[in-house]
Design a binder for this molecule. Structure first.
Ligand SMILES: NC(=O)c1ccc[n+]([C@@H]2O[C@H](COP(=O)([O-])OP(=O)(O)OC[C@H]3O[C@@H](n4cnc5c(N)ncnc54)[C@H](OP(=O)(O)O)[C@@H]3O)[C@@H](O)[C@H]2O)c1
Length: 217
């Protein structure tokens, strides 16, 4: 499978590297085609053409992962453009965090409560099939749930069942056995809204290596 990973931060690096290790073809996207981090990542994988602009790599790919600054989701969606993702499964792992007032960050008001980064992405790219997942945990756990001992959970939501099937397949490749399907993409309001708690739990725990476990009656 050809995956475009949009994002040159730690999440983009972790996801892109794991996808390569699983045998997928991967290109990393950034604002500029010659982005240093993307170029270095591609070189580290032995690839000269494994990077490009957000639009270039999305157009090339079968599936597209958004691992960019969540506060900039609309800007990046506009840079990608509808034609590059039409009909494609788009996996969104972002959180709409505003760091301008220091730590811990706030949720971006127009992307939270009655909206979400996931929904904003779907609205900006209506012919894509957006699935929200993996945003409720540290990037190392995303691709290796065994970092946290015992059973714990990953959530997904989206408006397209076929795209959610693609996301479930990817999650299984990462080692997640039973993702919790929260239904339509609007459920991203809930999982992105877990971030203010997650950030305080991180502070209290002193480590980002923890996760949510849903215990049912
Ligand atoms: N860190 C974690 O473990 C974790 C866990 C769960 C979810 N997340 C979410 O995953 C996403 C990625 O996190 P991260 O820490 O790896 O990276 P990040 O620093 O949040 O984002 C880096 C990416 O955002 C792009 N970007 C930044 N400002 C931009 C702007 N003004 N316009 C367009 N693009 C812009 C950068 O583009 P360039 O490459 O061109 O610079 C880069 O590719 C975030 O939404 C975060 O909340 C993170």
């Amino acid at each position: 499978m050809k995956y475009a990973v949009l994002g040159t931060g730690m999440v983009g690096h972790t996801l892109a590297t794991k996808l390569v290790s699983l045998g997928h073809e991967v290109r990393m996207g950034a604002r500029e085609a010659d982005n240093v981090k993307a170029t270095e990542w591609a070189s580290s994988q032995g690839s000269q053409d494994g990077h490009g602009t957000f639009a270039d790599v999305a157009r090339w790919a079968d599936r597209v992962i958004f691992a960019v600054s969540g506060a900039q989701i609309e800007t990046v969606a506009a840079a990608v453009g509808e034609a590059a993702v039409a009909g494609k499964t788009v996996i969104d792992v972002t959180n709409p965090l505003d760091f301008s007032n220091g730590m811990p960050p706030d949720l971006v008001p127009h992307l939270s409560n009655t909206n979400s980064a996931g929904e904003a992405l779907q609205a900006a790219l209506p012919s894509a099939k957006v699935v929200k997942t993996l945003n409720t945990m540290n990037h190392e756990i995303m691709v290796n749930p065994a970092v946290v001992p015992g059973s714990h959970d990953v959530f997904l939501s989206g408006d397209y069942e076929d795209a959610k099937g693609d996301a479930r397949d990817l999650l299984a490749e990462f080692g997640w056995s039973e993702p919790i399907d929260l239904g339509p993409l609007a459920a991203a309001r809930g999982t992105e809204g877990m971030m203010p708690f997650w950030l305080r739990m991180w502070g209290a725990h002193g480590s980002a290596n923890f996760n949510y476990r849903i215990v049912r009656a």
